[in-house]
Design a protein around this ligand. Sequence first.
Ligand code: GLU
Length: 481
Amino acid sequence: MSQPTTARTRFAPSPTGYLHVGAARTALFAWLVARQNNGSFVLRIEDTDQKRQVEGAEQHIIASLQALGLDYDEGPDKPSDYGPYRQSERLNQYKKWAESLLAAGRAYADPYTPRQINSFREQAQVERKPFLFRNHRPTNPPEWDGSMPLRFKSEPKPYKWHDEVMGSLSTGPEVIDDFIIIKSDGFPTYNFAHIIDDYEMAISHVIRGQEFIASVPNYLNLYEALKLSVPIMATMPPILGPDGKKKLSKRDGAKDLLDYLADGYLPEALVSFIATLGWNDGTTQELFTKRELIEKFSLKGIGKGGAVFDESRLRWVNGRFIRQIPLDELYQKAVGYLPEKASEQDDSYNKAVLGCLQERLKYFSEIVELSLFFYEDLPVDISLIANHKKLKKYETETLIKLLEKAHERLANLEPFNLETISSALNQLLADTEEKPVVLFSLIRIAITQAPASPGLAETISILGKTAVLRRINQQIEALKV
Ligand code: GLU
């Protein structure tokens, strides 16, 4: 069979849980190869392991792909001539191909019980030999009636093949073995079904995770028996936890992609971050729009080694994307993350608050904490001064005097806007002969009760004169106690 001329790639999840970052990366890379070649991206649901299925997982995975903008051209809900796209709906196809192998003498009914297979295994252990099914082929296999597993009869030989990421690979005949293609429940194994599906769906590139690479020689043997040409293969490097050693686990922060989105990570930032888990364009560029990825991505640019997942880097990437959003758009996206009391304020106030936070924001669910002081007077926290590296050295009396001066100057300020506030603050610096780190930190603490905040003049102008003067007084009172 000849290779399709345009790329046809597939993402083939098993519906056993949510979409995590590793699978999302596989999906993204397959999507990119399709999009940059004017090809098609296919979603295939590999639901042949009935025991491992999780209800709702298919919808959850689809929702995640949609949220990331990884649109597929064909899939369970997008039928085309290559369908159906759920393996459970393709059992007849697998049966047909299995029967052709059987007829060609390249498959046999496996008559053994698990206990017998175990004893073969133990025997091999005693003899210090690797266990291979092919050493135990039944001489007269029973007729296959579907009640027993059907096993592929392999032809051991060495293989050399090319993997777009891992380069040229080779194995000896000893790794080739007979494997089950149809289970006794009538469902095919992954090992069999994916080869049939990739062929029937005219898939040009098989892009998948590490866990299958050891089985590739057996797949090559099966391709030969089926007389099918082998698609281009690309094996993704593993994703490692932040220590760069162990495989990424949930404890390292790898969550459901939809949870990241709910926490206010932007889909475009997640896509950029995921793309650069193991891939780069040969430069030091770290942030990519989807359009740039379509232009620049190449399977050859994926490193063979493990890619380290670092959630703090994800936050940085997201922060960079947040900064690029025009304020109106940021408001649309983030208004729902403001504190409850934001509903009592008008749009322009809320928008100004978000504009003020935009530079520092890493993800939207931080907004409540960072913006609370814009919506309510927080109780005076005297430890903020007591722990401040400069302010803690000052006499209380001096601090009170400084606050009184600030109060006086701001109280008399007319009009009260960013420009007049900025010059008033500078004037205050000159009058008091204090450094900004002292005077401005003091005022900041008084009006926000937070150790850090956006620009002081901006914060004051958003809060307005009444709230600012009231909070300075509250701080003075607390210092007097
Ligand atoms: N169904 C397999 C899994 O979810 C994917 C295998 C493939 O991409 O070929 O692990």
